[in-house]
Write a protein that binds this ligand. Sequence first.
Ligand code: SAH
Length: 216
Amino acid sequence: MLEARKIRLVMELRQQGITDQAVLSAIEKVPREAFVPESFHDQAYENTALPIGHGQTISQPSVVGFMTQALEIGPRMKILEVGTGCGYQAAVLAGLCRRVYSIERFRELLREAEKRLLDLRVNNVTTKWGDGASGWPEQAPFDRMILTAAATEVPQELLDQMSENGIIIAPVGETSREQTLIRMRHMPDNTWEKEELWPVRFVPMLDGKVGDNSEQ
Ligand code: SAH
């Protein structure tokens, strides 16, 4: 039942313009139902965002597909994701690159995402509880970066952690309203080429970490 819905969703994504076969197969390999609360299992393969708790959402499959395709991922790349959420986007990226580093500010969401990735034997995602705006300097430079929460601009600290020819995909704009998905390419002369891709709507990127007091 879910398998048939998944195949239908993948066909729909292809029709919408996600034509990169590697991206489509990476999506097909990840069971999205494992990333949503049980009560939403039957909607796991609808092309919609769904709630995952703490006021956060799992991104819409077409958004995950378009962002992943726009990243132009190669198999040896290191990718940084800001905003692990339920871990779904990280699992899709993991099927296409060498290693994903993913940061989440909600301790509880991160724990749940880590458990899912472990259960699914996705073993090339490394996670961290923290403020993604500071990136992960110990693991830099990154070949690709994806922000899954919206900021007014991409923080300089993140730009500084990108390798030459690196690509960043990020929703940028006035946080609560519609944002624009942008793609930034790090040029050999250390400048950034910026393209506006399409309008999107993401939850805002927020400061600081949230978790048990005992752990802060
Ligand atoms: N990537 C997810 C979608 C995540 S929604 C998916 O695969 O579906 C955005 C996530 O970004 C939320 O979980 C939110 O808690 C997190 N977030 C917001 N601001 C952040 C910050 N400064 N650092 C790290 N994570 C942040």
